[in-house]
Write a protein that binds this ligand. Sequence first.
Ligand SMILES: [Zn+2]
Length: 250
Amino acid sequence: MDDAIRALAALLRPATRILVFTGAGMSTESGIPDFRSPGGVWDRYPIVYFDEFLRDEEARKRYWLRSRETYPVLARAEPNPAHYAIAELERRGKVLAVVTQNIDGLHARAGTSPDKLIELHGNNLHVVCLDCNARTPREAIQAELVAGVEVPRCARCGGLLKNTTVSFGEPLPAEALQRATLAALTCDLCLVIGSSLVVYPAADIPVLAAQQGAPLAIVNATPTPLDATADLVVHARAGAVLPAAVAALD
Ligand SMILES: [Zn+2]
């Protein structure tokens, strides 16, 4: 493991425009299970696709039942040492962007600044009205759900509410995708942490970075489709490697 930490530090040291790309493995050390893992919440509560949500009240009931069960896990999670290590890289002036597939908001809470953070799948901190765009803290909606409301509605206009997360079958937010693409084209290192790189189009971002010539480093517990082309692959938990590699920059 010391060799892996030294190799990662050697890639981080000269870099000044790092694109950090994070996925579910980043947050498992904060107690948030990968919802795609067998036996996880995604198994117990089937996925509700965006078009179903729009047209079917029963689908909306399933959506909010699942959200009611998963929200408390996200809400009580705290950033872990790997989140703080990424914020420390930013303080050292080395981060171009932090592109995440995670919806838990933990990068922001660890200190990654809003102008660096690109949440490709949105976040779980608010709900938005699909009719009038009014935003409400997600916490307030949780109280309604726990009190027995099956499908919460906008307090202002009665419209449909939805978490500010990207659903299956829903396009990624265009602005986030544009910012991430620009970062991929201009970074001088792409550091993938805790992503299996199987969810597209998000996984196109590191592919694009590697294609334009940026070195690619992958820290993930399991193999990924990009391992063969990466400059460094570390099959480990991020918390076991990244804080030590950042500390080794001194
Ligand atoms: Zn509304």
